[in-house]
Write a new protein. Structure first.
Ligand code: ADP
Ligand code: GN1
Ligand code: MG
Length: 375
């Protein structure tokens, strides 16, 4: 049993929600870096129902109610769009209300919890196995952005301000290098130099936004490949999950994170850097899938930066992991010594791999856009 599992009395936490049946078991689920996720089983007669119990890390999400307000609005909107689609219950997340009303439970220790109905017969994967999965993931996140384009006012809340403000992330990185509070700078000299020499990369999308070609949209902001549920029997992308960071942002932050997490055949923390690479057929499928859904609203400037956005987000995550390493691993969960440094190294290797293939990636993105001409 993991320490997280031992720390929480999941039977009692489950009782706060409108879940019927007898608590059977709960186990740690997923490998997120911020929240704690558990899959819990409940028995009613011969039937077992499964629910996701999730602790929201309130040190990272300082206003859990704002997070839930955003999610409730987004889910209602998505559900309305699905209408009578067959299988609708597997295509959009369903929150479980608490017994006292609302969707957020605060336990005796001050932790915040929510519950979702677990979608059965679906899986998530850390690494894309074939181009078809990348195409499905690109389509799912593209559709997600499209469906949310007409979410009625008011504006969603900024649950983590400046989340993808890469220039600000760069400043935080520079400050951590200057402070070197944990005396770890010497171990990361090569990575620090790599990042410092690419400062200009961090400004590109913010500048494009400031000059008007890249509008603010409602985006997911955490489009890791493992944040889309894939139907276990058909391999179809069923449902976009992990909605904590859905808020106003740039469409290309989403596409960039898809490129970051889908194109390399390696895990985010791969230590054998020779294995980190961009699989061009996977990138091609990803961009085709994304543009097939999002192409109708993407501006010319957005289209022109599709390939670049992957480099930007890999760079941004490398900066964030490296900053956290230098600051003593306060933000991301780590599971071994030097874990954040390993993650930063693999992200920066991906940046270098994208640089080496950027012209080809630009051509593939152009081709995908040409095939999906604006209506
Ligand atoms: P984290 O922020 O920790 O990544 P997620 O919301 O992505 O949390 O959930 C972690 C994992 O739990 C997912 O990768 C997925 O495998 C599983 N999961 C989450 N929600 C559901 C759901 N409603 N149905 C089935 N599995 C789910
Ligand atoms: C965190 O925990 P998870 O996997 O949902 C992080 C993302 C990073 C990701 C890197 C709120 O997401 O921004 O891209 O790790 N979430 C937050 O794997 O910081
Ligand atoms: Mg997740």
């Amino acid at each position: 049993m993991s320490t997280a599992q031992l720390r929480f009395d999941l039977r009692t936490i489950g009782q706060a929600f409108q879940i019927s049946g007898e608590f059977e078991s709960a186990r740690l689920h997923g490998d997120g870096h911020i929240n704690d996720t558990f899959l819990a089983a409940y028995r009613s007669g011969p039937r077992t129902s499964r629910f996701i119990l999730q602790r929201i890390n309130h040190h990272v999400f300082r206003d859990p109610s704002a997070v839930m307000d955003n999610i409730v609005r987004v889910l209602e909107h998505l559900r309305g769009k699905l209408g009578s689609t067959p299988d609708a219950a597997r295509r959009v997340l369903s929150l479980v209300p608490t017994r006292t009303g609302g969707y957020l439970h605060r336990d005796g220790e001050g932790n915040y919890w929510r519950a979702y109905v677990a979608i059965d017969g679906a899986r998530t994967l850390a690494i894309v196995e074939d181009p078809g999965q990348a195409r499905e993931s690109g389509r799912a996140f593209g559709r997600f952005q499209t469906l949310l384009a007409d979410l009625p006012a008011p504006r969603l809340k900024d649950t983590i301000p400046d989340f993808h403000n890469t220039p600000k992330r760069f400043c935080a990185f520079e400050a951590s290098v200057a402070a070197d509070a944990e005396n770890r700078g010497a171990q990361a000299k090569r990575e620090i130099d790599f990042a410092l020499s690419r400062k200009a990369v961090s400004r590109v999308l913010q500048d494009a936004h400031a000059s008007g070609g890249m509008p603010e949209r409602i985006v997911h902001n955490d489009t890791k490949f493992n944040n889309v549920l894939i139907d276990a029997s058909t391999n179809e992308a069923l449902c976009v999950i992990d909605l904590d960071t859905v808020m106003p942002g740039l469409a290309l932050h989403d596409f960039g994170d898809m490129v970051r997490t889908a194109t390399s055949p390696t895990a985010e923390d791969e230590r054998d850097l020779s294995k980190v690479t961009v699989r061009l057929p996977v990138f091609q499928a990803l961009v085709e899938g994304y543009v097939s859904e999002a192409g109708a609203f993407l501006t010319t400037v957005e289209r022109r930066h599709l390939a670049f956005s992957g480099k930007l987000i890999a760079f941004e995550l490398g900066l964030r992991f490296l900053t956290d390493f230098l600051e003593g691993d306060a933000y991301f969960k780590v599971h071994r010594e030097g874990h954040n440094l390993d993650r930063a190294r693999s992200q920066f290797r991906l940046v270098a791999e994208i640089e080496a293939r950027e012209d080809e990636m630009i051509r593939l993105a152009e081709r995908a856009c040409a095939r999906t001409a604006k209506p």
